[in-house]
Structures are given as structure tokens and as C-alpha cells.
Design a protein around this ligand. Structure first.
Ligand code: C5P
Length: 297
């Protein structure tokens, strides 16, 4: 296998409706997800047969078997009956506990690279690869796709957003920002379950809302934005709604939280300088707040 470097993009949930709890303990959702021009880089080098190892430039990232990168490599080897080995060198840019899909994207970068690297004879069929991705995490399958997608089920049913709707998202300028603290996804889902049934948006309503946006060619990306994981997160982490409201008042933005948080984002009009917005964010959340400008892909 040749050494390769692969880009592992972050994602944003532009529309996220958690519709209810399933028998298996997971939640059903309807979500529109776009990937970003911002993300991690993963270099994959050939390793000793049957052995996987990883290093990361961020010392806070665990490089043991708990990392999804190594879980993905092991899951791929088992599914493809592949006996090779690899070393993964992760350049980490996407913050953790952010709802930006960093770990999931890294894992899928591994799956994509190995699936190409093993050659046609041993490569997994797309449906099998999707199954392996889904077994690693609910947010993994979406990263096997290009362009904005609609995600359903617990995240394993992914389809491309129709071209007309996708064109209203792709290329949009976005500011992504996260406070120093993260939010654990299981905690966020548990809060929704505790507030059931009020906390869920019934699937019929979620689909109707999404269809109305998709079918109206004049509806801008701003009208799609929705996330019913916000109320419990905002109730506990008041710094989030306080800043989002301020950004609305001072810059006319309509910022939202991504996924289960704690990262938030705002679509930026072209030509609006980002510097004063970043100054406001860092004034409110401190210099340790993460801020980056990117575009939807
Ligand atoms: O699939 P993933 O490992 O990302 O899920 C982490 C946790 O988030 C799950 O254990 C579950 O508590 C919750 N979750 C959920 N429904 C989803 C995705 C995640 O309840 N669709």
C-alpha cells in the first residue's frame, strides 16, 4: 500500500430534528449535513502486517485503541479479511466534543484510504463499507458521501440532497466557533429523552419542514436552519444562547448550534468582515475559544 494523505472534513448539521427514541436506545433523526472546507489531515503509511498504530500532533487526543482511527482500521481489516498493517499520522484541527464530527470523519478517512489501498480484489462493496462505517458511529456513514446530504434513521440512511437544494448550500461562507468546554453526545441525547415527548419533533413534521424548504427554490440556507438539541444544551450552558443572541443583535446573524454541540456556527454574508465578529466571540468566551472561517462543501 502506498503512503497517502487524506483530508477529513468537519461537518455541520444545518437542520437537525431528533424525532424520537428507538427500541435500541438510539434516536431517530432527520438531518441535513454539509461538510466544510475545514478539517483534519490523516497520513497513512504502510506498517507491519497485522499491526495498526497512530500518532497525533495534539497531545490531548488519545492514540490508543479507544481512538476511532484504530477502531476503523481494525473493523476494516476484519470485514475485508485484510492482513496488512498501517501507521496513521493525524494532524488534528477539528475540536473534540464539538458536534463537528471530527472523530467520525477521521474514522471514515481510514476506511476510504484502506479500501482504495487494498486493491480491487479485496475492496469492500459500497453497502458493506457503509455498514462498517455505521458500526463505528452514527455520524460516520455521511462522510462516505460528497456534497450536502440528508441523514435519516440513527444516521445510517444517507442520501444526496437534490441538486437545486444543494446549490443553495454549497460554497456558503460560514463562521464556526466553540467555547473551551465540549458537550458529550450521550449526555445531550439523555437530556432529550428526559424531556420526552416535548423535546422531539415528530418525523412527519420534520419531513414536512424539510420538504417545504427543499421545494421552495427561493428559500435561502438561513431558512433551513433548525436544531432541537439546542434547548437542553442552552438551558445548562447559558454562555451559548447569550452569545448567539448578541451576534444576532449586533451583526444581524442567525447563529445555531451544530449537532449535540458545543460548537456553533453562523452563515456569513459575502463581504461582511469576520474580524469584529471574532473579536466579540473571543470577548465573550475568552481567547481559548475556537474560531474558524470556512465554506460549506
Ligand atoms: O453513534 P455514536 O457513537 O455517535 O453515538 C453516541 C451516543 O449518542 C449513543 O450512545 C447514544 O446515546 C447517542 N445517540 C443516539 N441516537 C443517535 C446517535 C447517537 O441516541 N442517532
Amino acid at each position: 500500500m502506498r503512503a497517502v494523505s487524506i483530508f477529513a472534513p468537519a461537518k455541520l448539521n444545518l437542520f437537525l430534528a431528533i424525532t424520537g427514541r428507538r427500541e435500541d436506545g438510539f434516536h431517530d433523526l432527520v438531518s441535513v449535513v454539509a461538510r466544510l472546507t475545514f478539517g483534519d489531515t490523516l497520513r497513512i503509511e504502510e506498517g507491519e502486517p497485522g499491526r495498526f498504530g497512530m500518532t497525533c500532533d495534539d497531545p490531548t487526543v488519545p492514540c490508543d485503541e479507544s481512538n476511532l482511527v484504530l477502531k476503523a482500521a481494525n473493523a476494516f481489516a476484519a470485514a475485508a479479511d485484510w492482513r496488512g498493517g498501517a501507521t496513521f499520522v493525524l494532524e488534528k484541527k477539528i475540536p473534540m466534543g464539538a458536534g463537528l464530527g471530527g472523530g467520525s470523519s477521521d474514522a471514515v478517512a481510514v476506511l476510504r484510504a484502506l479500501n482504495e489501498g487494498v486493491g480491487a480484489g479485496q475492496a469492500l462493496a459500497p453497502a458493506t463499507l457503509t455498514g462498517v462505517a455505521a458500526s463505528l458511529g452514527s455520524d460516520c456513514p455521511l462522510f462516505l458521501h460528497e456534497g450536502p446530504v440528508v441523514m435519516r434513521g440513527r444516521g445510517e440512511r444517507v442520501s444526496a440532497l437534490p441538486a437545486g437544494a444543494a446549490s443553495r448550500l454549497t460554497g456558503r461562507r460560514v463562521l464556526v466557533f466553540k467555547p473551551a468546554f465540549g458537550i458529550a453526545t450521550p449526555w445531550a441525547y439523555a437530556q432529550l429523552a428526559a424531556g420526552a415527548p416535548r423535546s422531539y419533533l415528530p418525523a412527519v413534521k420534520a419531513e414536512a419542514r424539510l420538504a417545504a424548504w427543499m421545494e421552495n427554490p427561493d428559500a435561502p440556507a438561513e431558512e433551513l436552519l433548525f436544531n432541537n438539541m439546542e434547548p437542553p444544551a442552552f438551558a445548562k450552558f447559558v454562555a451559548l444562547p447569550v452569545l448567539l443572541e448578541q451576534l444576532g443583535r449586533e451583526f444581524g446573524l442567525a447563529p445555531r448550534m451544530s449537532g449535540s454541540g458545543s460548537a456553533c456556527f453562523a452563515l456569513l454574508p459575502e463581504g461582511l468582515p469576520a474580524a469584529p465578529i471574532i473579536t466579540l466571540i473571543q470577548g465573550a468566551w475568552g481567547k481559548s475559544a475556537f474560531v474558524t472561517e470556512a465554506r460549506l462543501t
